[in-house]
Write a new protein. Structure first.
Length: 160
């Protein structure tokens, strides 16, 4: 979901459940929580600070989390006893939310064209390296073009 506006994957309650579960695992800053969610999803989803920080404020006011040791400008949050009990009672739900994120990562891996981009870059580099060699005459250029055309024909014949 790169570029443009990202869709909201969780409602506010689900986001709070997930954030609390992650904070119970280890105290974290808001930014760390965003990056952890992004990592679980394989880079497909990262909640915006505009939804994460209000959720953290709400959770703090509700007594589920508290600001940990002062580390400068960033607030590190840790779970309170109430927060740990709440996370424990919602363990199945938070696991399901993490699975939703993992499913995004798995789907991305299945259709990620990164290997094709790498191969195209490799082809481009090889072509320009070969064409920059002294003595690259018209016949050589036509042989390179034919090799590229043959690769294109093979790709067109690949079955799913």
């Amino acid at each position: 979901m790169h570029g443009g506006r990202r869709k909201r994957l969780f409602d506010q309650t689900e986001l709070q459940t997930l954030l609390l579960a992650l904070i119970v695992e280890t105290p974290r800053h808001g930014y760390d929580l965003i990056r952890e969610i992004e990592a679980i999803s394989g880079g497909e989803y990262a909640p915006s600070p505009g939804v994460v920080y209000p959720a953290l404020t709400y959770m703090e006011e509700a007594g589920l989390i508290a600001v940990g040791a002062d580390e400068g400008a960033r607030k590190s949050y840790e779970a309170t006893d109430d927060g740990r009990r709440s996370a424990e009672s919602c363990a199945a739900k938070s696991e399901a939310l993490k699975q939703r994120l993992s499913a995004l990562a798995e789907a991305r891996e299945k259709v990620d064209p990164a290997p094709v981009r790498r191969a195209m870059h490799n082809l481009k580099t090889a072509v320009f390296d070969r064409l920059s060699v002294e003595g690259a005459d018209r016949e050589f250029i036509l042989r390179v073009a034919e090799a590229i055309d043959e690769a294109a024909r093979k790709i067109e014949r690949i079955e799913k």
